[in-house]
Design a protein. Structure first.
Length: 128
């Protein structure tokens, strides 16, 4: 796959507030993947997901921030990340999240639901 085959006009990409924040944070940290060639960036994506899985997909870990940074670099290049290279890791993450959710109590699920609603309401206020 060539870079050009996955390029999209930046203005045409739908970018959520969260994605914009991740890109801004990545830029603030110095855009450490900027000089990597496409194949090297894809290798970093695979390594990042392997490392993140080793810390049980902790969303507050440096390993997770690294996966976000790599995704931000792809966004800045206007290229979709090659997530097919980490499909097994993503499937494992999805399964882990489902297991965690099903093992949680009704009170924990309600707290999570309320936090999600709060985040959505905050986003909607920012849009208005």
């Amino acid at each position: 796959m060539t870079q050009d085959s996955t390029r999209k006009p930046f203005a045409d990409r739908w970018m959520s507030n969260g994605e914009l924040q991740r890109i801004a944070s990545y830029l603030d940290r110095g855009r450490k993947f900027e000089d990597l060639l496409s194949d090297d960036l894809a290798s970093e994506l695979v390594l990042a997901y392997e490392r993140w899985q080793r810390v049980d997909f902790d969303f507050f870990s440096a390993e997770h921030i690294n996966t976000d940074d790599i995704s931000a670099e792809y966004a800045l290049r206007e290229i979709d990340p090659p997530f097919e290279l980490v499909r097994d890791r993503i499937d494992s993450l999805t399964s882990s999240m489902a297991d965690t959710l099903s093992a949680s109590s009704a009170t924990q699920r309600e707290e999570l639901h309320n936090r999600m609603i709060s985040e959505i309401e905050k986003l909607l206020r920012q849009l208005n």
